[in-house]
Design a protein around this ligand. Sequence first.
Ligand code: AMP
Length: 283
Amino acid sequence: MILFKEAASLTEHINKLKQKGYSIGFAPTMGALHYGHISLIEKSKNTCDITVSSIFINPTQFTDAGDFEKYPVTLGDDILLLTKAGCDVLFLPSIAEVYPNGTSAAQHFEIGEIEFLLEGKFRPGHFQGVCQVVDRLLNIVKPGKLFMGQKDYQQCLVVKRLVQLTDLPVDIITVETLREASGLAMSSRNLRLNEQQKKDAAGISKMLQYIKQNIPTILFSELEKYARNYLLGSGFTKVDYVSIADAATLHPVRSIKEGRKLVVLIAAFIGEIRLIDNVALAD
Ligand code: AMP
């Protein structure tokens, strides 16, 4: 695996590979890697000649400075995991390399109302930060395919919108969520949970499955209320949302309609650790 810290040298390297006709797959991350991240690398390796990953904890997407400062860093292990997975290139930029004009000068993207729903409502400015970093990384790496996890469902929709808006020639491939045996979605933030909290955290996926199974027979509002109360009664300290939503717009939905795809999304806290997860429902 070749490691780059400078954007210009990485772009030069990629340009040479592209001139030779190689296709480029890209899986950006914030590090503290787990097998969910590695599944993106594997998907890329299955379909692209060269796989690039990046580790960059993007300050502009954090609304809570404490969360940014406490974000887990496990760089040595990350490099081992990526090497073992056969990742070809790792980009490890500094903040100045990603934001040469400073973070406050970063561009604003008009991505529409998706910016303000669910995650956007509880983390104002978060999706602008995501767009800023993804736009910059895509312009440095210039991949043909971008691999992203369905775990961050709204982020996938936002980045699809960004790519439409900026006309970047990249296909977005959404990769299904990798889970622990308990159902808990793998996440870098799980590293901050103790054993009991980790057990409790599986409540989110339990409630997603509960809603999925009962959606044909129980009122949507009742399902959301049940899940919220269940989480608050089993180790979660705060629930930001439990939402049965339209899979394309993320507007809340109250009934099943033919042809409308649905997704159930949950965000909740265990102590100060905020976890998110979702499940898509069959038509
Ligand atoms: P992050 O490092 O959290 O920014 O995540 C980097 C990428 O990995 C994003 O596209 C995530 O959606 C994806 N990802 C995170 N967790 C998982 C998981 N459990 N399964 C699959 N992909 C994931």
